[in-house]
Design a protein. Sequence first.
Length: 459
Amino acid sequence: MKYLSTRGSIAPIGFKDAVMMGLATDGGLILPESIPHLDRATVAAWSKLPYRELAFNIISLFATDIPKQDLKELIDRSYASFNHADTTPLVKKNGVYILELFHGPTLAFKDVALQLLGNLFEYLLKERGQKMNILGATSGDTGSAAIAGVRGKENINIFILHPHLKTSPIQARQMTTVLDANVHNIAVKGTFDDCQDIVKTLFNDLPFKEKYALGAVNSINWARVLAQVVYYFYAWGRLPEQEEVIFSVPTGNFGDIFAGYLAKRMGLPVKKLLLATNENNILSRFVASGDYSLGQVVQTVSPSMDIQLASNLERYLYYLFNENPARVREAFAELRQTGRIVFSAEEQKQVQSEFLTCSVGEAETLKTIADFYRETGYTLDPHTAVGVHGALKCVTDGSSAVCLATAHPAKFGEAVEKAVGAPTPLPPQLAALAGLETRCEVMDADKDLVKAFLEAKAN
């Protein structure tokens, strides 16, 4: 399996090089040259497998340059850290299915990909005799999951940018209480989009990227998206009826839902992907009316979706534009110049054939948490509540709806308590954060400041 860039200006590379490159050197995002397609019988058989076996079967289709035994060991080690035997269990509540993706070390769905990515980095760096400085941005959960994936690992430093005082308090403490020498947290006075823009700018500074061996943990890294494809197959295999299904995905950066799109392209019987957003609804506007125009970020109770510039949309647009990298380059030049991308009527029709969408306000989010708790005794975190609200509102044709539960509710205790009137009990790993020493650099949203800090601390 070879990989290319959405912008068309890199020679085909293998999986290992794709992982290490992160952001393509032409500024695009990395994708496989072709997407494997599974027949229905194979989908049905694979989807019934235990999680680690299913992950091996799917990932091995794409990671063809890693010996199979090595890949199996990497996958087994990555999911040994999860605290549920099913890794990503599926439960039914109030007429919808909840896919629980929060049983990893940091209690968020990002663990599914980042435990694997951390182990892949360690494996590849050892194989190549190299060192790496990971640079990433987070709106909340990516940072702690990435840190958990690489803390203490040899030959790796990690630098994580998060928006100062705009994550949940627990999300911030999960990052800043990790005092390993190879971990560096930077709180940026701005938004997640500011953090993401700084990271992309530094990755696009190719001499700097090469000199400091920058590695990517954000969902710009292909391995992260690939790891997330697995749980769509796993969820479908645990439904009582093997039929077309609607997946409701709370998303701000388009990475998680793009993994669902890939699963569908591979042959998973997905009827529609329901894209659920909060008030930062650029992606909902894109699906509903083709309006992809940048606005101001609004701070909400679901902070991991407080995003305007969805970096992973570029991967989907590559396919929407019939795999034409010139059209991708034009679209993002247009976005830089005008703050929007304009789509044709035919392109809008294609988007709406694949996606439903729902934008959920703060009051609706809190009401969904409260109502769901009252009716079922099950507590939703605010992001999951956005997806559940979308499913209850938009799935009206009797289809099975699987809602992706992206984080443990205790990570957003203030919002949950506001909704249900009682605090959410803290799991032991979150309760242990209280009173721990923290370490973090607070700085302005200035790429030169971040660059200088990295230069001073890098391997």
